[in-house]
Design a protein around this ligand. Structure first.
Ligand code: SF4
Ligand code: SF4
Length: 715
């Protein structure tokens, strides 16, 4: 990864009496070190990527503390790392994006939760839910409930987040149960400050080695008959212990308010939004003082029945703010109140939407309805007027924009090496007709948008090959599965390739080999080109690091493998056609090779800047369109989708159609020329070399060029 986290790493080193300023997710990272973790692992993914990336880059400092950091190959291996805390008094934390990562990790999580832990175990999950989410809309809460893992949902302010991380380890140890912490996108990116403490070097660590392995204890294995005992332990011992600790440590917060005849129970992570909505309704101030008493659940599972009953008892009504479906918390509260014979009317999903993100605007509507029914002393009109005004503003904006805000779907980066493969696939379909394409998670999923619109299914990370397993058996034409090298190492190798080999499947797999797990932030994989050099520099043997996708596939017995250079569009097109039509029965793999342009540019930019500063010759390539030759049919745009290939009005007053135009953002990847050639388009594209600090030969060459072009121009 070319991005540097130097500043963030310095923030991790702050000690007692200093102040941390920054984002919520980095505060979590710092809190882990303050809690004395022995090991940290995880699999990157928004919104928690920062936690792992910073720690991986801070390896030297982690070595000083004796903390082991592992960039795991998937969430399942990250969850399995927590096994260290089953038999040893060591604290550990792992992280991933939820709910997808939790799906992958759930086998290990179930087993871990059954055995229970001795050392504190914390799982930090990025709850990617709501308007900015990039995954299916489900809740981690379900996993916590089914496996009996405790679930923290801290109020998004830095001191609370840090305290909850520290307390999570104590809760885990007090109840012998792993703890999950869900952090929404807003919580990860909330900015603030907190007073730091010294980092704690763990007692057992990479520097303080454990001299003897733990004694054998069958009771600690999640294997029958121990599992029957584990189930009893969960509800007879661990759950009561957790509830005691939650109350004793004051993990949930009670915010008092003057309208104490009513109340709100809110998930901790929603508190800021709830307070903002109350402020809009005239029931809170800008500093977080509320008029309506609130029970803030920094721990959303388990709930403490007495705490819930005490809060609700004697009130005219209580509103539960719980984002997402199903209404797990509301149902549980309802059951606790009924058992405690507290008959306070309970509202929640009857006044608020069942699904979708709870923004301040959404919550305001629910508060407004709640006020109208139960807060007769407060004038509901200002809140109602505000809701109406917002709705009207939306309608006006939509009308002004001609029926809604234009969609701005995500797209491949300028110069992305994956774009040419999809341009080639479009050309293939001209001959073959529509193909069934199994898509995957990764940058290549941008091809599901215009101008490509490829993809018949997305079933999970690294799952494209597996998801074409049935389709290919009832299709006259071979379907194509596409995955990235990130997805291949995450899961695709086992769930797709080995299964296809076992079943002698006759499919086509395209692997985008761009060198990184690009969609999650360009983390390295086992086959990242620099890995080998790095490992050798660290003194490891070359054989241990010479891992390529090609060798791995060959070793597994794949007989038909072709590696193509992505930017050779004609070659890619022909190879894809060959794979689809080949008489060879068996798995056919096309490895499309081209380095992630984002990483390439990150690497090249400083080199170019340094050369310029030193007065050295530097060449930048870009492409252009000759507007006299451009026919204006825009086929090139439909085949490429590059954001820097756009249209402009023709300078010829007799031409009404806009012509193609390449903006200055072009990185000169060459796709335009290749596509024009492969698709036999007009010859309007030309390559331009912009030379800084030219040599004497460049100058002579330029003069000669100008002279001869001048001769050929009409007078
Ligand atoms: S990050 Fe890399 S692979 Fe992903 S879209 Fe950008 S250039 Fe392509
Ligand atoms: S050469 Fe074409 S496809 Fe490549 S960056 Fe430039 S405009 Fe985009």
């Amino acid at each position: 990864m070319e991005r540097s986290f130097h500043r963030e790493i310095e923030a991790l080193k702050l000690g007692q009496g200093e102040t941390f300023h920054g984002e919520g997710i980095l505060a979590v990272t710092k809190a882990l070190l303050q809690s004395g973790v022995t090991y940290v692992g995880g699999y990157q993914g928004s919104p928690i990527t920062h936690l792992l990336d910073v720690m991986v880059q801070a390896r030297d400092y982690m070595d000083e503390l004796g903390v082991h950091v592992e960039a795991c190959t998937n969430e399942s291996s990250a969850a399995a790392m927590l096994a260290a805390s089953i038999m040893y008094p060591v604290r550990g934390a792992v992280t991933w994006k939820s709910v997808v990562g939790t799906n992958v990790a759930s086998d290990a999580l179930s087993n871990l939760a059954s055995a229970g832990v001795m050392g504190g175990a914390l799982i930090v999950v990025g709850e990617d839910y709501g308007e900015g989410a990039s995954v299916i809309q489900e809740r981690t809460h379900a996993f916590a409930m089914k496996s009996a893992l405790w679930l923290m949902d801290p109020r998004p302010n830095l001191p609370t987040i840090v305290r909850m991380v520290e307390k999570s380890f104590e809760l885990s140890e007090a109840s012998n149960t792993p703890v999950m912490m869900e952090l929404r996108i807003r919580a990860c990116h909330v900015r603030g400050s907190f007073d730091t403490k010294d980092n704690v070097a763990p007692a057992i660590s990479t520097r303080q080695l454990q001299t003897q392995a733990a004694n054998f204890s069958y009771d600690r294995l999640s294997h029958p008959p121990a599992t029957f005992r584990h189930e009893k332990l969960k509800y007879e011992v661990r759950l009561p212990a957790a509830r005691r600790y939650i109350v004793d440590a004051g993990l949930n917060e009670h915010l008092p308010g003057r309208h104490d005849g009513v109340g709100i129970i809110v998930q901790g992570g929603l508190t800021n939004t709830a307070l903002r909505a109350l402020q809009l309704a005239g029931l809170a101030d800008g500093e977080g003082h509320t008029d309506v008493p609130m029970l803030v659940l920094n721990v959303v599972y388990p709930l403490v029945p007495e705490q819930i009953a005490d809060f609700c008892r004697g009130k005219r009504a209580v509103l539960v703010m719980e984002e997402g479906q199903p209404d797990f918390i509301e149902q549980e509260i309802s059951a606790h109140l009924r058992r405690a014979k507290v008959d306070t009317p309970l509202h929640g999903k009857d006044l608020l939407p069942m699904g979708g993100e709870y923004t301040a605007e959404v919550l305001l509507k629910g508060i407004e309805a709640f006020m109208a029914e139960h807060l007769e002393t407060v004038d509901v009109q200002p809140a109602r007027a505000l809701s109406t005004e917002v709705a009207q503003l939306r309608a006006q904006a939509s009308e002004a924009l001609g029926g809604g805000v234009p969609q701005r779907p995500p797209n491949f980066c300028v110069g992305c090496p994956e774009r040419p493969v999809f341009a080639a696939l479009k050309l293939v379909e001209r001959d073959t007709g529509k193909l069934h394409i199994s898509t995957d998670i990764g940058c290549h999923s941008f091809a599901t948008f215009e101008p490509f619109s490829f993809g018949n299914s997305i079933l999970g990370y690294g799952m494209s090959m597996a998801s074409s397993a049935a389709v290919k058996n009832f299709s006259a034409q071979r379907p194509v599965a596409i995955m990235g090298d990130g997805g291949f190492w995450h899961n695709g190798l086992l769930s797709g390739v080995s299964s296809a080999l076992l079943n002698q499947g006759d499919g086509v797999l395209v692997i985008m080999k761009n060198g990184y797990t690009s969609a999650t932030g360009t983390q390295e994989t086992i086959s990242t080109p620099e890995q080998e050099a790095k490992q050798l520099a660290e003194g490891n043997s070359a054989t241990a690091t010479e891992t390529t996708i090609e060798d791995t596939l060959k070793g597994m017995g794949v007989k038909w493998i072709r590696t193509v250079h992505n930017y050779r569009v004609s070659r890619v097109r022909d190879t894809l056609k060959e794979a689809i039509r080949s008489p060879f029965k068996g798995l056919k793999v096309v490895i499309a090779e081209g380095e992630c342009q984002l990483e390439r540019q990150r690497r090249l930019k400083p080199i170019r800047a340094r050369r310029m500063k030193e007065g050295l010759r530097s060449v930048r390539v870009r492409y252009g369109v000759d507007e006299d030759t451009c026919t204006g049919d825009h086929s090139c745009i439909r085949l490429s989708g590059c954001p820097t290939l756009t249209v402009k009005a023709s300078s010829d007053p007799l031409r009404r159609e806009p012509v193609a135009h390449v903006t200055n953002g072009c990185v000169g990847c060459g796709l335009c020329g290749e596509v024009a050639d492969a698709a036999v388009l007009c010859p309007s594209f030309h390559q331009i070399e912009i030379i800084s600090n030219p040599s004497w030969w460049d100058r002579v060459n330029a003069r000669l060029n100008r002279f001869f072009i001048g001769l050929l121009q009409p007078a």
